[in-house]
Design a protein around this ligand. Structure first.
Ligand code: NAP
Length: 260
């Protein structure tokens, strides 16, 4: 039987969380351009997720979109079942190869003013979410697969207003090393990327829309401007190339050289 996409039977499959916008979307597009099929998740933005599936499909790869709230760990068993169903339906496979834990939000609040509710929301979405989502998806991951977690430049340098957010991101950097240690026996490599300030919707779009903040970022970045989503996705996707197979348990900053 002639099938236009029979070659994709052998392609790798990535799950990218929070891929309806921003860094996740750009990562999904760069993975697709690299020949990787994508199961992407969205939180509320179904239309954007569907548009991205269409764009990836147009480019000749397979893609699917699933709804996920990474802050609700009680839903992860059901989400894993959906991933399993989608793998079987679209790929006739029982597992996927790559995971990008990208979905997340930012909350800007001074240490003195941060509420327990804000702290808990950041913990659930930025730390507990990736921890248990990865745990629940592990049985669906192929041996010799790879995981990339997303941290932030704010774990290396400190800016007022990010104490809770950056503490969670610091947690995911430590977690990355532990994942690498324990999953190495299955040949799974785990790295963490730390983007600098990037002009996305993140944090109310502040880096993009607040001219003063944008100038502040640019003047503290060796390459002289704030980052764009398109500066990030390709760097994340490159960590899944076979040529990067020996890179493991590393924090890789993608910031154009912020606060050197
Ligand atoms: P963004 O443009 O605001 O996009 C956020 C993405 O995450 C969207 O796809 C959104 O889905 C999804 N999302 C939001 N809340 C979610 C939840 N509770 N459960 C599941 N998905 C959720 O943000 P971004 O700039 O791409 O940020 C992506 C990651 O990079 C985050 O982990 C962030 O902390 C990190 N980061 C960002 C920057 C930066 O300056 N932008 C810097 C360093 C690190 P919907 O579209 O459906 O709402």
């Amino acid at each position: 039987m002639h099938h236009a996409r029979s070659h994709s039977m052998s392609s790798k499959i990535a799950v990218v969380t929070g891929a309806s916008r921003g860094l996740g979307k750009n990562t999904a597009l760069k993975l697709a351009a690299q020949g990787v099929d994508v199961i992407l998740t969205y939180h509320s933005n179904l239309a954007e997720a569907q548009a991205l599936v269409a764009e990836i499909t147009q480019a000749g790869r397979r893609a699917a979109a699933l709804q996920l709230d990474v802050g609700l760990s009680a839903t992860f068993d059901a989400f894993a079942a959906q991933v399993r169903h989608e793998l079987s339906r679209q790929w006739q496979r029982e597992n996927f190869d790559f995971l990008v834990n990208n979905a997340g939000i930012g909350i800007h609040a001074a240490f003195a003013d941060t509420t327990e509710e804000q702290f808990d929301q950041l913990m659930n979405i930025q730390l507990k979410g990736p921890y248990f989502l990865t745990q629940k998806l592990l049985p669906l991951m192929a041996d010799h697969g790879r995981i990339v977690n997303v941290s932030s430049g704010l774990t290396r340098f400190s800016l007022p207003g990010y104490s809770a957010y950056a503490a969670m991101k610091g947690g995911i950097e430590v977690l990355t090393r532990y994942m690498a240690k324990e999953l190495g026996s299955r040949g799974i490599a785990v790295n963490v990327v730390a983007p600098g300030a990037i002009a996305t919707d993140f944090g109310g779009g502040a880096v993009r829309d607040n001219a003063e903040l944008n100038r502040f970022v640019a003047s503290n970045t060796a390459l002289g401007r704030a980052g764009q989503a398109d500066d990030i996705g390709g760097a994340i996707a490159a960590l899944f190339l076979d040529s990067n197979r020996w890179v493991n348990a590393q924090r890789i900053e993608i910031s154009g050289g912020m606060f050197l």
